[in-house]
Design a protein around this ligand. Structure first.
Ligand SMILES: O=P(O)(O)OP(=O)(O)OP(=O)(O)OC[C@H]1O[C@@H](n2cnc3c(O)ncnc32)[C@H](O)[C@@H]1O
Ligand SMILES: [Mg+2]
Length: 198
């Protein structure tokens, strides 16, 4: 069993920090990499796994602490899995609203049964920057893409993601409910088991 009282979270996304800290509870304190550096590493990997490891190593190097990274995104069936690892950059870095508008346009007039999608999350934990054996956990969340935005909670693509098990969008869910169901929640449940926190 490994015991981490403090981890640095290798993410500049406040939504992720909030969700991951809520899932970890008091057992582990997550410190944001923003406390140490405002520079975001270039996500040059071709997979969620590569990008998660790259971000975790970078944060461990900068902070001197063990680091947890989350690389995640939305894979849309009709788009062959796009935007995938490029989800944050789908509308050329113009932000969540532009990403969502571009996705709605790409799926315009597509019938409900062809709008399947899944959120993907890979968590990578490194004990130090050169850790030869990062801990990797993944989670998927299946749903579909709505025809218009709904809901005020969450971040990113949440207002467009229909959650079949709750009959609402991911942004309509109370945060505690999203944290029980989401791709991130599934990956974190596995990580907690690996760390002996479950
Ligand atoms: O790389 P860091 O600094 O962690 O922050 P980021 O926002 O760039 O994160 P990613 O590179 O992992 O890109 C994830 C993208 O997928 C979207 N995404 C991931 N998880 C999501 C969730 O739970 N709800 C909605 N959108 C999500 C999110 O909006 C981003 O556009
Ligand atoms: Mg990113």
């Amino acid at each position: 069993m490994m015991n981490f009282q403090q981890l640095v979270l290798a993410s500049h996304n406040a939504g992720k920090l909030k969700e991951l800290q809520a899932m970890l509870g008091d057992s582990v304190q997550l410190r944001s990499i923003g406390e140490f550096s405002q520079v975001e590493p270039e996500e040059t990997g071709l997979s969620f796994v590569e990008n998660a490891i790259l971000k975790a190593r970078n944060a461990a190097r900068i902070s001197g602490l063990p680091a947890l990274a989350d690389d995640s995104g939305l894979a849309v069936d009709f788009l062959g899995g796009a935007p995938g690892i490029y989800s944050a950059r789908y509308a050329d870095g113009k932000g969540d609203a532009a990403n969502n508008a571009k996705l709605l346009e790409a799926l315009k007039d597509l019938p409900p049964e062809q709008r399947g999608a899944q959120f993907v999350c890979v968590l990578a934990l490194v004990r130090h920057a050169d850790d030869p054996l990062p801990i990797l956990c993944e989670g998927l969340w299946h749903g579909s893409i709505l025809f218009e935005a709904s809901g005020e909670h969450g971040f990113g693509y949440d207002p467009l993601f229909w959650v079949p098990e709750r009959n609402c969008s991911s942004a309509d869910l109370a945060p505690a409910d999203k944290n029980l169901l989401s791709h991130r929640a599934r990956a974190m449940a596995l990580l907690r088991q690996r760390l002996g926190l479950a």
